[in-house]
Design a protein around this ligand. Structure first.
Ligand SMILES: Cc1cc2nc3c(=O)[nH]c(=O)nc-3n(C[C@H](O)[C@H](O)[C@H](O)COP(=O)(O)OP(=O)(O)OC[C@H]3O[C@@H](n4cnc5c(N)ncnc54)[C@H](O)[C@@H]3O)c2cc1C
Length: 342
């Protein structure tokens, strides 16, 4: 599992980084913390001739809040910095919980927000060594022509398996991209493509530079629930981020729910709008939880069964809404006993 040969380029400014991306074209790949890309390179999933190491661009490492711009996060803010920010824990608890659940302390120290949002999609038949994959003749996403998850189809079901994206979707975040044609800002929901191979609406020569959460979403109550095999380190097998604002009478005034790890892209649940203007009702919560499993399409892309992941999505949505609406302390998601106790 050695690394393929590559040339390492370390730009000293964003302009230099953009210039290098233009110069080396598709032969270059951005690396930030490297916690996802480097293992993937060892598996020969990527063999870029040039690695563009952006970690030295201090201008992209910030966490700040002001009442006009809202919460601004630089692409190079590390997951540890986000999970340990008192401001984020207080004003954007759903993002705090999602970031704190990522991988392990060492990986959170290295891993960045930009890398987390741009994560490659994952699949049981793809995230394997070259030798393993070769025995099956590759797959649609890499070196082959068939999808082992849904044979006969020509769609890639590899799942986006990051934790920050659903939290940021629920908070209506936008992403800022810099490229040779200038900067642009788009809703995070539009950044993702629900196709395991296409993944992102980002040109090869663009760099994700930052994320913005509107100030009006500060103070939303929020909960992140996550299913994974080993609670100390693993990627999500299913994740639910939910935020809600209630009035003093307990009427839901705003709510959003987003799912991760159960589709090729993180997805907002359109049906969450049905909660607005309502007081708590177990029937409505069940209805929304049922609707969530119509949006979630987990297939055999991971070691856990699709049925189990769908069931956990339903349980997580129900729990999150009950806890947010009734003001209960969030219950901890993520262990197999969760299913057994329901
Ligand atoms: C054992 C293990 C467990 C993990 N568990 C989790 C988990 O629970 N939850 C989770 O969300 N992640 C998990 N990860 C993945 C990873 O550690 C984190 O998602 C991390 O935040 C990725 O950030 P990075 O800076 O290391 O990304 P990198 O590995 O540097 O990059 C990842 C991808 O993003 C691209 N990229 C990076 N920065 C930019 C940018 N600014 N602009 C454009 N493209 C960019 C790279 O080209 C690459 O394709 C895990 C990884 C490992 C190895």
């Amino acid at each position: 599992m050695s690394l393929p040969a590559f040339k390492l380029v370390r730009p000293r400014s964003l302009d230099e980084a953009l210039e290098a991306l233009l110069r080396y074209g598709p032969e270059a790949q951005i690396v930030a913390g490297g916690t996802d890309l480097i293992p993937s390179m060892k598996q020969r999933l990527f063999e870029p001739r040039v690695l563009l190491d952006v970690k030295g661009l201090g201008e992209l490492n910030y966490i700040r809040f002001n009442p006009e711009a809202g919460l601004e996060l630089g692409a190079l803010a590390t997951i540890t910095e986000i999970s340990e920010s008192a401001l984020i824990a207080r004003e954007f608890p759903v993002l705090h919980q999602a970031a704190a659940s990522i991988a392990s302390p060492l990986l959170r120290n290295l891993g960045t927000l930009g890398g987390n949002l741009c994560l490659d999609t994952r699949c049981l038949y793809y995230n394997q060594s070259a030798f393993w994959r070769e025995s099956l003749g590759g797959c649609l996403k890499k070196d082959g022509h068939i999808c082992h998850v849904a044979p006969g189809g020509n769609f890639c079901w590899a799942a986006y398996s990051g934790d920050c994206a659903p939290a940021l979707l629920a908070l209506e975040a936008t992403v800022q991209l810099a490229g040779p044609r200038g900067n642009r800002e788009i809703p995070l929901a539009e950044f993702y493509v629900n196709d395991g191979m296409v993944r992102l609406r980002k040109a090869q020569d663009e760099i994700l530079i930052g994320v913005r959460v509107p100030a009006r979403n500060a103070g939303f109550e929020g909960i992140y629930q996550k299913l994974r095999i080993r609670k100390s380190i693993d990627y999500p097998l299913a994740g639910v981020a939910a935020v809600m604002r209630k009035d003093s009478g307990g009427i839901c005034r705003e709510a959003r729910i987003a799912l991760t790890a159960v589709n090729p892209a993180p997805r907002l649940l359109p049906k969450a709008e049905a909660l607005i203007g309502k007081e708590f009702s177990a029937g409505l919560v069940d209805e929304i939880a049922h609707e969530a499993i119509r949006t979630a399409k987990p297939l055999t892309t991971s070691a856990s069964s699709p049925e189990y992941r769908r069931r956990m999505i339903r349980i997580f949505v129900r729990r999150a809404l009950e806890d947010l609406w009734l003001g209960r302390r969030p219950r901890d998601g993520g262990a197999k006993k969760d299913l057994l106790s329901n």
